[in-house]
Design a protein around this ligand. Structure first.
Ligand code: GTP
Ligand code: MG
Length: 229
């Protein structure tokens, strides 16, 4: 099976090489999508051996979409997503691939709630926010999620079926909602999580948390009430 990793990265020059180096060799290609960084993220990623794409439009989803477009003609069977700030443990990639290869899951999501998070890595507001999102998704689509974590793996054909389009922080929840709607074979697995390297941009800031929460909730209600399909 050919597996690619997509890493959206915005100003992660201090961490990106560490992430790339810890990704196991089961991954055929590591794709870093440089999201308009003003630091040396791209240079660091190239030096560490990744393919680097550039996405001008700011936003987590915009960067992931760019990575998907690139993968389209490359015969990948599985796509792994993870963050560029070294909060995830890239060596855990094996656990994700195993579930798809050996148990034929379509979509495997790393849960930082079920797994062990370093103290302070996953702030209280994130835990609460993700729990609320999980309860709402369970209510609307009858699938249980404990987290909207960034570390995840999905069969590439299934990912294309989802027809993803969120450009910002609704990305992870959109993927989980659509996979539930399509009744894909989904499993959450425990993952570890540690404090990011570099400056916190979202969960560690009030503005980022408020914005992300609004986007996540409006995404859930938009799909629940069919404003979006
Ligand atoms: N903030 C932000 N991150 C982006 C963007 N595009 C890509 N990313 C990457 O998306 C990943 C997740 O963003 P993070 O800033 O780590 O978000 P978070 O984990 O919720 O919160 P913090 O780690 O506290 O900042 C990282 O690898 C970022 O570099 C963007 O436009 N804004
Ligand atoms: Mg982070």
């Amino acid at each position: 099976m050919r597996v690619a990793a997509i890493i959206p990265a915005y100003n992660e020059e201090k961490s990106i090489a560490k992430v790339i180096r810890d990704i196991p060799s089961v991954i055929s290609e590591i794709i870093v999508v440089n999201n308009n960084s003003s630091d040396r993220t791209a240079e660091a990623a190239v030096l560490a051996g990744a393919t680097v794409l550039f996405e001008e439009m700011q936003g987590y989803g915009a960067a992931c979409l760019k990575g998907i477009e690139y993968c389209k003609n490359k015969n990948f069977d599985i796509i792994v997503f993870l963050d560029g700030d070294y909060s995830d443990y890239p060596e855990e990639t094996y656990d994700f691939i195993d579930r798809i290869k050996n148990e034929n899951y379509d979509f495997v999501i790393g849960s930082r709630i079920v797994g062990k998070s370093e103290k302070g890595a996953l702030p209280f507001q994130s835990r609460i926010g993700n729990t609320i999102a999980g309860v709402l998704i369970n209510f609307f689509w009858k699938v249980k999620y404990t987290d909207l974590g960034p570390f995840r793996a999905i069969k590439f054909d299934k990912l294309l079926e989802l027809n993803m389009n969120d450009k910002w922080y609704g990305w992870t929840v959109e993927m989980q909602i659509k996979a539930a709607q399509k009744k894909m074979k989904i499993i959450e697995i425990p993952v570890k999580y540690r404090k990011r390297i570099g400056k916190s941009k979202v969960t560690g800031t009030i503005k980022g948390t408020v914005m992300a929460s609004i986007i996540i909730l409006s995404t859930i209600f938009s799909y629940a009430f069919k404003f979006k399909k």
